[in-house]
Design a binder for this molecule. Structure first.
Ligand code: C2E
Ligand code: CA
Ligand code: CA
Length: 530
């Protein structure tokens, strides 16, 4: 009897352990997962905040460069008018003027103060590339506000420190901007303490405060860092309640998830295997989307876009390219796209030596010279110039900046212009521009979509365009769908456009007909009547 009783209790205990152990493990894992996600999300936010700080810094430099370009006499009425234009055009600039020998001379807000001897103390910091910075400078106009003053070559601009940190963030996470050369915290949004944020920066975000996470993002190009913080969220706050809930539904859920996981893994396996098979059998097509030059409305080249049909339906390239990337199939896929592009477009390439095709590369393609060697060999003896095959690299895929930089340089040296794709969608776009030498920026469709509309991205778009001009880069706007967008881009000096307003991506036969109809309408009409 006793034996049976203990057997039952052991079974019950084992049963309980068998039920509870996985549940507890899942709760623990889930809690860890929430923590990891929170931290990742905060790191992303830090990168976004850094991009804003870099943008403000860049704008100050651009404004100073523009002040520097004024050819006439300092403090003349024309000079003050030009400075006023700079203030108006650069949204983050509060005042822009001239100084010399420790004195303010003039600005649109101060007026001509040369005789007033308004003193300007020496700067708090001088950068290696010649910028002087005063971190908390009271303008002679104000006895309340302290601004950041940046000067160069006798010109200065005032920036409200809030510009560096006033991101639109529904979670209102505090942000601080720090000059890493001097260790000065020069901008701080509400909800945080100066010492705390400085400490978090010094510890690389590993500050141990109860209830808070910190993240630090450092600029790749300037001595600039931002620190952000967010409250910890914890799953196990109400542990007993959660336990009861999990106990009741744990088993059913486990079985359900198990079944789903099994389905998903087996689907993934078969999807990947089918893709591998399709690539090996070259059952992949390439379509071409025209790129139009706005100056003369001519189609100057195309972007090669890969297509795959599975069971009679096209699979989105966003999906199968990602699967190819995760399963080491991307290199054979890129090779196939290149081979098809050269084979299908060579008549067009030979007929017009300025006509080009751009090919999308993935991070694996950018990690070594393998693809460049293949490309060089493929072009040998074909009469196709290297500038007729161009490279599109999206920063989302530049996983390893050091390796990629050399490969990108090698493409350029070999005569293949390099485009940065989806510019503006990654958080690090600005620093990449200074890290990588490229030829062309492709502005992402998400910015083009909001053009001429009153939204946050439409504020960013003109800056991206202005910055590209400043850096001597050409610009292609992607996803152009309407005439007002074309007008907007034309007014801002964007040279090239691509989008459904002109044409969708199409197979080579349709492309040739499209080109003919566009360039030689009479001939096209004659052919269709034959
Ligand atoms: P992407 O490089 O940004 O290509 C542009 C995408 O925008 C293409 O989608 C194109 O069809 C679409 N598009 C162009 N104009 C318009 C427009 O006016 N309106 C709208 N709504 N969409 C427009 P697609 O072909 O589906 O390609 C999606 C992404 O897949 C590409 O984005 C690229 O990241 C990737 N991809 C495509 N082909 C290749 C390839 O050969 N190799 C690699 N590595 N990636 C590729
Ligand atoms: Ca592209
Ligand atoms: Ca793109």
């Amino acid at each position: 009897m006793i034996k049976r009783f203990s057997l039952i209790s052991v079974s019950i205990a084992l049963g309980c352990i068998a039920t509870i152990a996985p549940v507890l493990t899942s709760i623990y894992v889930a809690d860890e997962d929430v923590e990891r996600r929170d931290q990742n999300e905060l790191r992303d936010f830090a990168a976004k905040a850094l991009m804003r700080s870099e943008l403000v810094t860049y704008q100050a430099f651009a404004a100073l460069a523009e002040l520097d370009r004024f050819p006439g006499a300092s403090c003349s009425p024309e000079n003050l008018a030009q400075a006023a234009r700079v203030i108006f055009n650069y949204g983050y600039i509060q005042d822009a003027g001239t100084y010399s020998d420790g004195q303010y001379l003039c600005s649109p807000l101060l007026g001509d103060v040369r005789t007033k001897h308004l003193a300007l103390p020496p700067p708090d910091w001088r950068s290696a590339d010649g910028y002087s910075v005063w971190f908390m400078r009271k303008s002679p106009l104000s006895d309340v506000r302290e601004d950041i003053q940046v000067g160069r070559n006798g010109h200065y601009v005032f920036i409200d420190p809030k510009s560096y940190v006033d991101l639109i963030d529904p979670a209102r996470r505090p942000i601080a901007a720090i000059n890493t050369a001097t260790g000065t915290l020069f901008a701080l949004s509400s909800g945080a303490n100066k010492d705390e944020m400085l400490n978090a920066w010094k510890l690389g975000g590993k500050l141990n405060t109860q209830g808070w996470y910190y993240a630090v993002a450092k600029s790749a190009t300037r001595p600039l860092a931002v620190v952000v913080k967010a409250p910890r969220s914890s799953l196990v706050g109400d542990w007993p309640k959660l336990l009861a809930m999990w106990l009741s539904i744990g088993v059913a859920l486990g079985a359900g998830f198990g079944w789903l996981a099994y389905k998903r893994v087996s689907h993934q396996l078969s999807f990947t295997a089918t893709l591998e098979w399709a690539i090996a059998r070259k059952k992949i097509q390439v379509v071409y989307q025209p790129i139009v030059r706005l100056a003369d409305n001519r189609c100057v080249g195309v972007e090669a876009l890969v297509r795959w049909q599975l069971n009679g339906r096209y699979v989105s390239p966003e999906i199968f390219v990602a699967v190819a990337e995760q399963n080491h199939l991307i290199q054979p896929l890129t090779d196939l796209v290149l081979a098809r592009t050269i084979a299908e477009l060579s008549p067009l390439f030979r007929a017009d030596p300025t006509f080009y095709a751009s090919i999308n590369l993935s991070s694996e393609d950018l990690r070594s010279d393998r693809f460049l060697n293949l490309l060089t060999n493929a072009l040998k003896g074909t009469g196709i110039a290297s500038s007729q095959i161009r490279i599109e690299a999206t920063e989302r895929r530049f996983m390893n900046a050091d390796e990629t930089r050399g490969v990108i340089e090698a493409f350029r040296t070999a005569g293949h212009p390099v485009y940065i794709d989806d510019f503006g969608t990654g958080y690090s776009s600005l620093s990449y521009l200074q890290t990588f030498q490229v030829d062309v920026l492709k502005i992402d469709k998400s910015f083009v979509d909001t053009m001429a509309k009153d939204s946050a991205s439409s504020i960013v778009a003109p800056h991206i365009i202005a910055m590209a001009h400043e850096l001597g880069l050409e610009v292609v706007a992607e996803g152009v769908e309407s005439a007002p967008q074309v007008e907007y881009l034309r007014e801002r000096g964007v040279q090239y456009v691509q989008g459904w307003y002109f044409a969708k991506a199409m197979p080579v036969i349709e492309l040739m007909a499209w080109l003919l109809a566009r360039e030689k309408p009479q001939e096209a009409a004659r052919l269709t009547t034959l």
